[in-house]
Design a binder for this molecule. Structure first.
Ligand code: PEP
Ligand code: MN
Length: 349
């Protein structure tokens, strides 16, 4: 249910409505726009006559029942696009943001050299896994805490914000002490206890789409994070499993405009995990931006042939540097600009 306050309703009137809803044991989520405030009501059971009761409160314009299963992630509760500030980058605004870096943090040398290279080419966030979910338990599963320390060192040297995966509630405090954004991987995208715990951790969360997740399920997974009071969720399409084996996953490009129609949350595309092969990454990256993605997440490695994970889909520094001006051109064609690190923006401007 949403309570739409009148234009010019005062804070006292808003507080009065909120207090009444909370008295009934229901949760409220406030969206204060320039024009008016919307109070989202979630919880159950919603008393049958609650809409009629709230409609007569001072300052209330109307009350609407929202029948969709996803609520906080939908446009009804939050009629403006969500913009998330991470250090000096705004995600979900007019600019397209590029997150780049290795699949796994392997060494300080490997990660810091990548951070410098991707920054010089236009990335504004650095990615790198310290705790890696691997299909086989015998594969490299990340450097753990040492990996987090290396990411923090890369941030210090380059100023790039960092994003890294958290796999279990037990690691949230440790990962949260280092990272700017928590990544929830495709394999954990419906791990509801993890989603709730990360929702309490006070930092933005990027939620990858699960391998066979329907879009509504994806939004409901994001709802778990938001229901804990964290409004800063980024969705990331990374390909889904289909019968096709020529690619690692099938990039569902259509999910970008579909999600945009359903949700105010920023949507990213990860062409690397969709493609599985570096030669396909540019085409999928272009398609994502053309479809309206707010950003891309791309794997880059100093020497992909020797990468400890996902080398086949990782770009070299040169390949990444060749790609970003083309992404900028696609962004311009769809009315966006590419977010640039401070120094490059000054040169470009
Ligand atoms: C990754 O980003 O390295 C990763 C493991 O991605 P996904 O969870 O989408 O497979
Ligand atoms: Mn990877």
């Amino acid at each position: 249910m949403i309570v739409i306050m009148e234009r010019g309703a005062n804070p006292e009137q808003v507080n009065h409505v909120v207090a009444r809803i909370q008295e009934l044991g229901l949760a409220t989520h406030l969206s204060s726009g320039e024009e008016r405030t919307i109070i989202g009501v979630v919880g159950s059971p919603l008393p049958v006559t609650l809409d009629q009761e709230l409609e007569i409160h001072a300052g209330v314009e109307r009350v609407v029942r929202v029948t969709k299963k996803y609520k906080l992630t939908g446009w009804d509760f939050h009629p403006r696009k969500t913009e998330i500030r991470v250090r000096d980058v705004v995600i979900g605004g007019d600019e397209v943001t590029i997150i780049a870096g290795p699949c796994s943090v392997e060494s300080a040398e490997q990660t810091i050299s990548t951070a410098h290279a991707v920054k010089a080419a236009g990335a504004t966030l650095l990615r790198g896994g310290a705790y890696k979910p691997r299909t086989s338990p015998y594969e490299f599963r990340g450097l753990g805490r040492r990996g987090l320390e290396i990411l923090a060192q890369a941030r210090e040297e380059t100023g790039l914000a960092i994003i890294t995966e958290v796999m279990t509630p037990a690691d949230i405090d440790e990962v949260g002490a280092f990272t700017d954004i928590f990544q929830i991987g495709a394999r954990n995208s419906q791990n509801y206890l993890l989603l709730e715990e990360v929702g309490k951790a006070g930092k933005p969360v990027m939620l990858k789409r699960g391998l066979s997740m329907m879009i509504e399920e994806w939004l409901l997974a994001a709802e778990y994070v938001m229901a804990q009071g964290n409004p800063d969720v980024i969705l990331c399409e990374r390909g889904v499993r289909t019968f096709e084996q020529a690619t690692r996953n099938t990039l569902d490009v259509s999910s970008v405009p579909v999600v945009r129609g359903m949700s105010h949350l920023p949507v990213f595309v990860d062409p690397s995990h969709a493609a599985g092969k570096r030669a396909l990454v540019p085409a999928l990256a272009f398609a994502g931006v053309a479809a309206g993605a707010d950003g891309l997440m791309i794997e880059v490695h100093p020497n992909p042939d020797q990468a400890r994970s996902d080398g086949a889909q990782s770009l070299t520094f040169d390949q990444f540097a060749e790609l970003t001006p083309k992404i900028a051109a696609i962004a311009r064609a769809v009315g966006r600009t590419l977010s640039m690190p401070g120094s490059l923006a000054a040169i470009a401007g």
